[in-house]
Design a protein around this ligand. Structure first.
Ligand code: ATP
Ligand code: MG
Length: 281
C-alpha cells in the first residue's frame, strides 16, 4: 500500500474497489512497497512510478497475493506476471533506444525497475486539463517533436501502440518526453517496419494513433481512439472529430485516412509546414 504521512494513498485503480482496503503492492524484490505520498509520481494500468532519490523509479504493479482473499490470488498472480513482463519489454525498448531528445531520460534499467529523470510538470493529458491553451508556435514545436520521436522509434524498428497524451511528459524547458513503452513491439533491426505486423499492430496503426495525439495537441483536449478496440479497422472520417481551422488539420486527416505509407513520409510532409509556422513567429 502507498502510505502518506498519516494517510494512505490509494492508486486510481483501487478507489472503486472493495479490495482497495486490503491489497498491498510488492517491489520487484518481493518485499512490500512503502512510499511517502509526496514521492508518488503516477500510476497507470500496469505500473507505479515514484521518486527514488533524485530520480523516478517505475516498477510493475504487483499486488501481494497474500493481502487478498484466497479466491482472488490466482487471478492476481496472473495479472502481476503480465505487468512484470510488460516492464521487461519496456526495459528492452529503453536499451534499444538509448538517449533521444524526445524520450524520457533513462538513468538505468535493472532488477529494481526503470530509473528515469523526474519530470515535475507531469504528463500532457493533465497539462492540457489544467493549463490555458499554448500558442501556435508552441503547438508546432510539440507536434514536430512527437512526429520526430515516432519516426525515430520506427527507424529503430519499434512499434509503439500506446500513443496517448498521458504517456508524454513535459520537461522544465517545455520539451516533450515520451514514456511508457510496455505495449511496444521490438522487431529485428533488419525488419521492414512499414510492412511488419504483430497481432494487428502496424506502422499504419501507430500513424493513426499519432494523428489522435496531434489532434489532441492542436485542439488542446485529449482525444483517443485506439484501433485495438475496433479490430484494427480505422473508423470512417465522418465518425471522427471535425478538423476545420485546426493547425495541421490536413496532416491529421491523412493520418486518419491511412494515406501515409511510412513515418518518413509523414515527417517529411509535416516538417515543412511546421517550420513555416515557426519561421513566421
Ligand atoms: N519520469 C517521470 N516523471 C514524472 N512523472 C512520471 C514519470 N514517469 C511516469 N510518470 C507519471 O506516472 C504515470 C504512469 O506512468 P506510465 O505511463 O509509465 O505507467 P503505465 O502503468 O505503463 O501507464 P498506462 O496506464 O498508460 O499503461 C504517467 O502518466 C505520468 O503521469
Ligand atoms: Mg502510461
Amino acid at each position: 500500500m502507498l502510505e502518506g504521512k498519516g494517510q494512505v494513498l490509494q492508486p486510481r485503480l483501487f478507489r472503486t474497489r472493495k479490495m482497495a482496503r486490503r491489497a498491498a503492492f510488492l517491489k520487484p524484490d518481493g518485499t512490500r512497497l512503502q512510499i511517502n505520498m509526496e514521492d508518488f509520481l503516477g500510476s497507470g494500468t500496469n505500473a507505479i512510478v515514484f521518486r527514488d532519490g533524485p530520480h523516478a523509479l517505475k516498477i510493475p504493479k504487483a499486488y501481494d497475493p497474500e493481502s487478498l482473499p484466497e479466491e482472488e490470488r490466482d487471478d492476481q498472480e496472473y495479472i502481476n506476471d503480465g505487468n512484470i513482463q510488460m516492464l521487461e519489454l519496456e526495459k528492452a525498448v529503453y536499451r534499444r533506444v538509448g538517449y533521444w531528445e524526445g524520450i524520457a531520460e533513462c538513468i538505468d534499467v535493472s532488477e529494481a525497475g526503470i530509473r528515469l529523470a523526474v519530470y515535475k510538470q507531469g504528463d500532457l493529458e493533465n497539462y492540457t486539463n489544467t493549463h490555458t491553451e499554448v500558442n501556435s508556435p508552441q503547438k508546432a514545436k510539440w507536434i514536430l517533436s512527437v512526429v520526430q520521436t515516432i519516426f525515430h522509434l520506427h527507424s529503430l524498428k519499434v512499434l509503439v501502440d500506446d500513443l496517448a497524451l498521458r504517456n508524454i511528459l513535459i520537461g522544465d524547458d517545455m520539451s516533450l518526453k515520451f514514456i511508457d513503452f510496455g505495449s511496444c513491439v521490438v522487431f529485428p533491426l533488419e525488419a521492414n517496419i512499414n510492412t511488419v505486423s504483430e497481432e494487428g499492430l502496424t506502422a499504419q496503426a501507430d500513424i493513426f494513433h499519432l494523428g489522435c495525439v496531434i489532434y489532441s495537441i492542436a485542439n488542446w483536449k485529449k482525444f483517443e481512439r485506439n484501433l485495438f478496440h475496433s479490430d484494427w479497422v480505422r473508423p470512417l472520417l465522418r465518425d471522427l472529430p471535425n478538423l476545420d481551422g485546426l493547425i495541421c488539420g490536413d496532416v491529421i486527416q491523412r493520418c486518419w485516412l491511412g494515406l501515409y505509407s511510412s513515418m518518413e513520409q509523414l515527417h517529411c510532409e509535416i516538417k515543412e509546414s511546421l517550420e513555416q509556422i515557426l519561421r513566421q513567429n
